[in-house]
Design a protein around this ligand. Structure first.
Ligand code: AR6
Length: 168
């Protein structure tokens, strides 16, 4: 499995699945979540509503992941995961690691060979970038999916550099 880094917009990636940093409601929001719903169109929200009506009546727990199609984006699937809100007093690293692990499990179930991740929890949810990058890289490296490529798509240079350092 190749791990690659790109600075750019996750909605433009030509991969089998893009991961969304969603919230438990699955009903959209700001940041990557807003960008993905805007770029993919209404079909993603429709499918999220169906998930809420069927398998996930209480929403999606932090650390878990679930898939919809990607609507009008170049990708085929969106894998929605919910990161933890950062806390300086409680260690929630295992929940952030679980976002990556569970997303890769869902990707395998979909037979996705290429998956793009944003830096989950590093925006509205406040996780410090260097720490988030370490957890993301470690979690993906320790998972053993049969995927071809995991691509981290970082929005700005500071995030790109943090992930570069984490990859060594
Ligand atoms: N492509 C790649 N990365 C992006 C993009 C993009 N188009 N847009 C933003 N980022 P955030 P969170 C980066 O806030 O912290 C939403 O409202 C951004 O710079 O999107 O997990 C949800 O509905 C940051 O580094 O996600 C939730 O309520 C990273 O993506 C909540 O925010 C994650 O920032 C989730 O917060």
């Amino acid at each position: 499995m190749d791990i690659t880094l790109v600075q750019g917009d996750i909605t433009e990636q030509r991969v089998d699945a893009v991961v969304n940093a969603a919230n438990s409601s699955l009903m959209g929001g700001g940041g990557v979540d807003g960008a993905i719903h805007r770029a993919g169109g209404g079909r993603i929200l429709q499918e999220c509503r169906r998930l809420r009506d069927t398998s996930h009546p209480d929403g999606l727990a932090a650390g878990d992941a679930v898939a919809t199609t990607a609507g009008e984006m170049p990708a085929t699937w969106v894998i929605h995961t919910v990161g933890p809100v950062y806390s300086a007093s409680a260690d929630r690293s295992h929940i952030l690691a679980s976002c990556y692990r569970r997303s890769l499990e869902v990707a395998e179930e979909l037979n996705a060979a290429t998956v793009a991740f944003p830096a989950v929890s590093t925006g509205v949810y406040g996780w410090p970038m260097d720490s988030a990058a370490d957890i993301a890289v470690r979690s993906v490296t320790e998972s053993s999916p049969t995927l071809g490529e995991v691509r981290f798509v970082l929005f700005d240079a500071q995030a790109y550099e943090a992930f570069s350092r984490a990859l060594g």
